[in-house]
Ligand binder design. Sequence first.
Ligand code: SAH
Length: 394
Amino acid sequence: MMPSLTLKPQRQKSLLRRHPWIFSGAIAHVDGNPKSGETVDIFDSKGNFLAKAAYSPQSNIRARTWTWLDEAVDADFLRRKLDTAIIRRDGSETHPYTDSYRLVHAESDGIPGLIVDRYGDVLVMQILTAGAEYWKEILADLLIELAGIKNIYERSDADVRTLEGLEPHSGVLRGNPPEKLIIQEYGLKFNVDIAQGHKTGFYLDQRESRHLVGQLAKDRDLLNCFCYTGGFSIHAVARGAKSVTSIDSSGNALMLGAENMQLNDQPAQIHEWIEGDVFKELRTFRDSRRDFDMIILDPPKFAPTKFQVEKAARGYKDINLLAFKLLRPGGILVTFSCSGGVDAYLFQKIVAGAALDAGVDAQIVKELRQGSDHPIALNFPEGAYLKGLVCRVA
Ligand code: SAH
């Protein structure tokens, strides 16, 4: 008999709405001694079948649903899931503009814990959960077959793995991928360090927003905060910004950013890189009365989960308030949050509070999200992690 989890009375509701997560507090008992990552049947308190899920004994999210049908979870099942994810990206509106995009977006593509990013002819795979880890080798073989790509690099080194009791793991998984490669984005080129870079190497989720910033940048003086390898900066310089100043705390990211500027034959003299802490540098600019036509704030996750929301809100308020103060009349603030714990409504409230305290009159002229290669399954609202606002001050 298959190992199983039986839920407490009245705890089946979120599963019936097809939310894929089963929290430890909802479970009455575990039977059959499942191993980490193994597939378990999920029953309600009356013994009715609800779903099949991957067991994760160490995590507070104790199981993640593979399917709501009573069907086998095996290589064939995973083949169908991967095939669907890949077909969904065929003919994407971004394909003419880039060779790099997210091929599998975990829960939102029905494969909890699996992220696959395509960089040209290399796949970078990131395994975040016990369930995806259990099927890793089969998933890698299937990806080679279905995506028609020979090279896979693994970047399973995200912090969240510790919550699942998994060790970090990085390195070549299949074929012979290079550690550094060059990708295309809207006619621009970027160096991506798939071995050492953040996430799987590049913030693919900001592609469309980088393009938008490029379109707004002409003849403006820009400040790009949390610039990483210069994504927004290079789009802006290439589309005719008057000047761009970019700040990041990571020297390695800035070095790659300088290489990217050269790679795109952009004049180095209108661009300045600052290695520093944005919280501090913004205060220095305020004290020296430096101002800008456009400011980008794309900070790291201040609140990975709802438990850090209050501290995160203070962080967002602080940098947004300072940015509003540094904008010239008619200036534009492009501000983001990628915190799972801060939703779009709360983020807008924080930015509104920052404008009020900065004493500026501002409007939202556009709302931004992650690109369509990072879809949000409607049964999984947690997938909507990245939100942005384009604000114009009076
Ligand atoms: N906009 C970028 C992605 C930004 S990711 C792009 O489009 O590629 C967030 C960045 O913030 C990382 O590069 C990280 O090194 C940097 N960072 C984190 N905390 C910081 C701080 N306090 N000051 C400056 N940079 C910081």
